[in-house]
Design a protein around this ligand. Structure first.
Ligand code: C5P
Length: 420
């Protein structure tokens, strides 16, 4: 367990506390160790014994317990964690966090910690909607505390509205995403050796390509590489040996991923071929369709005569087609990867074009997205995609590119578990 990530789970007093048992079990399955702090009110809803049995660790309850303090005080509990999760987070603990009240082990730990904190609020709809709670939440958000939920739905108190705690599966997804695809994070990937994709090799293309016009100019496109890089990070987080063939981008190299930097489509093709065979190939790069035929060795000059008058016509660029990396890997006769996934960036009739692209390229899945101006997809934080396979179309809600990468990696892991 030494390479496991560590969550300090603070369980406060709400009916949703029973869901913490499922949360602990699901986090442990993903190689995330959980240590619990249980408040006095929390213990009215869930027993320390059940939490200890599932977490495989002591449950910390009392700030004045001599044994607890000598074993591990509030400072050590925080120091030992990578992330602090408060679930359920009652209106009371939220108010205490905002005010800096430290009157029990949970609130003292939260006041003393420098670690990232995530809260999953759970309370009656009126308490949630109360100006005090909303103000408290706003302040906590401004301080960098992340929120998961709450959701709208039926409540234990027979009312309906906002305030239900997010489902454990959603909390697990957020926590895993936090650990696995935080941009620029250089810690070892969560489960990198033990994950569901361990033993699998993945090649991912990402970013634009630059096609030389001459030694100083190039043809390019608006791709930021963010989606492709997020996919590579997510595959690595699930344990795949991941090679990212990256065109020129500003994205940080995802940790746990081997990055091969290239400029042009021809270089990208060669780099991909050199990394085969692989189990999974994801072509997320926005490869230029054409390159300039025979770019000159020297810079093309703009000839000017006296007084700056033009003396030569603008150069005519002769283009030739680039190799299609996705199609060539999809149609390999020998050692074809078990799963080849392409992307379709479309500006109209997204699904129809993507469906026919899946057939014409010969890949297994196409991830289609709308990149028309105004969607903010190119270079933006979020994406709305449709995953098209032989069975049909799956419409995914708008999500951060990191989450899409994670969800795609999960889908890939499930597919490979079932089919290969
Ligand atoms: O044909 P189009 O560029 O729309 O296809 C997009 C898909 O094909 C993407 O997955 C992209 O990475 C891949 N592609 C490629 N090589 C090319 C052109 C596109 O791998 N030369």
């Amino acid at each position: 367990m030494s390479n496991w990530k560590r969550v300090l789970l603070i369980i406060t007093g709400g009916i949703a506390a029973y869901k913490s048992l499922e949360l602990i079990r699901d986090l442990q399955r993903r190689k995330i160790a959980v240590r619990c702090i249980l408040t006095r009110a929390g213990a009215e809803f869930v027993t320390p014994m059940a939490l200890a049995a599932l977490s495989g660790d002591k449950v910390y309850q009392d700030i004045f317990s001599l044994t607890d303090e000598s074993e591990m005080g509030h400072i050590e509990l925080s120091r030992d964690a990578d992330l602090i999760v408060v679930a359920p987070a009652t209106a009371n603990i939220i108010a205490k966090m905002r005010a800096g009240i430290a009157d029990d082990l949970a609130s003292t730990t939260l006041l003393a910690t420098g670690k990232p904190v995530v809260i999953a609020p759970a309370m009656n709809v009126r308490m949630w909607e109360h100006a005090a709670t909303q103000e408290n939440i706003g302040v906590l958000k401004d301080r960098g505390i992340s929120l998961i939920g709450p959701n709208e739905g039926d409540m234990a108190c027979n009312e309906f509205g906002m305030g239900r705690m997010a489902e454990p599966s959603k909390i697990v997804e957020e926590i895993t995403t936090f650990f696995s695809v935080r941009a620029g994070d250089t810690t070892p990937r969560l489960g990198a050796r033990n994950g569901v994709l361990s033993g699998r090799r993945a090649v991912v293309t990402s970013g634009p390509t630059h096609e030389a016009v001459d030694p100083v100019r190039y043809l390019a496109n608006h791709s930021s590489g963010r989606q492709g890089h997020a996919i590579a990070a997510a595959l690595a987080s699930l344990g795949a040996e991941t090679i990212l063939v990256a065109g020129p981008t500003q994205q940080p190299d995802p940790a746990g991923v081997t990055v091969k930097n290239v400029q042009s489509a021809v270089e990208m093709m060669a780099a991909c071929q050199a990394e085969l065979p692989a189990d999974i190939v994801i072509c997320a790069a926005a490869v230029a369709d054409w390159r300039v035929a025979n770019p000159p060795q020297d810079k093309i000059k703009k000839e000017r005569g006296k007084n700056g008058n033009k003396t030569s016509a603008p150069p005519v660029l002769q283009l030739e087609e680039n190799p299609d990396i996705l199609a060539s890997i999809s149609t390999l006769k020998t050692e074809r990867p078990a799963l080849v996934v392409g992307f379709a960036a479309e500006t109209n009739s997204v699904i129809e074009h993507a469906k026919s692209k899946r057939i014409s390229k010969g890949c297994d899945w196409i991830v289609a997205n709308d990149v028309s101006p105004g969607t903010g997809t190119f270079g933006g934080d979020h994406n709305t995609v449709h995953v098209i396979d032989g069975d049909g179309v799956e419409d995914w809600p708008v999500m951060s590119k990191e989450k899409i990468g994670f969800r795609l990696a999960e889908r890939i892991a499930q597919y490979l578990e079932t089919f290969s």
